[in-house]
Design a protein around this ligand. Structure first.
Ligand SMILES: Nc1nc2c(ncn2[C@@H]2O[C@H](COP(=O)(O)OP(=O)(O)OP(=O)(O)O)[C@@H](O)[C@H]2O)c(=O)[nH]1
Ligand SMILES: [Zn+2]
Length: 203
């Protein structure tokens, strides 16, 4: 997959100053961003997060999902460690795009779960392809990750193209009454490892 490096700059945030690297996926025109802190090219496992774009959760404060909470927690964790990389991947709506995600939300408002809604629209449950990460990881010199995720498919995909997953670290934040069904569907139908969160819900 042709993903080319474009430029880097500083990005000060409330958690600290990251370096922001811009990459262009040539075929689709999608613009991906990686925020790094510290030396990530020294061969030691890097605290990392593959974050799939969620405009509603990341920027519009939606409580329908857990994305915004995970994004904040991942950046805070990387800053606390002083070293790490957050890949902000433009895979909105698990790859179906924002307009189709709004269509899917409309179906969910009528009772469908997140997987059924995608299928009713003619899409797979999850259309993301993590191969776009390979050239970005190579450019940044990252060969081993301590990956912040509850999604075993991300671990598998990265291992599939030769990245060592030294550790998988759960990232369970943001459970609320609006996203409890969504999280239950992720655990039940998409294989996400959300044990502690469901425990929290039951308490
Ligand atoms: N199609 C669709 N996409 C959604 C929905 N809710 C969130 N998303 C998208 O799902 C993506 C995030 O995926 P999640 O399944 O929440 O989590 P994950 O990235 O697989 O796993 P983690 O690494 O544990 O966060 C983002 O691209 C969101 O825009 C939904 O109801 N329908
Ligand atoms: Zn979301």
């Amino acid at each position: 997959m042709a993903v080319i490096y474009i430029a880097s700059s500083q990005l000060p945030t409330q958690w600290g100053t990251f370096t922001m690297h811009g990459f262009l996926e040539e075929e689709s025109g999608k613009e991906h961003v990686v925020l790094t802190m510290g030396d990530v090219a020294d061969g030691e496992p890097v605290l990392g997060r593959l974050h799939s774009e969620c405009l509603t959760g990341d920027a519009l404060f939606s409580l329908r999902c857990d994305c915004g909470f995970q994004l904040e927690a991942a950046l805070a964790a990387i800053a606390a460690e002083g070293r790490g990389a957050l890949f902000y991947l433009r895979q909105e709506g698990r790859g179906i795009g924002l307009m189709n995600k709004i269509r899917a939300y409309n179906l969910q408002d009528g009772g469908a779960d997140t997987v059924e809604a995608n299928e009713q629209l003619g899409f797979g449950a999850d259309q993301r392809d993590y191969a776009i990460c390979q050239p970005m990881l190579a450019h940044l010199g990252i060969t081993s990750l301590k990956l912040l995720t509850n999604n075993p498919r991300k671990v598998k995909a990265l291992e599939g193209f030769g990245i060592e997953i030294a550790q998988r670290l759960p990232l369970q934040f943001g459970l609320n009454p609006h996203n409890s069904k969504y999280l239950a569907t992720k655990a039940g139908k998409l294989g996400h490892m959300l044990g502690n969160m469901h425990q929290a819900e039951a308490d």
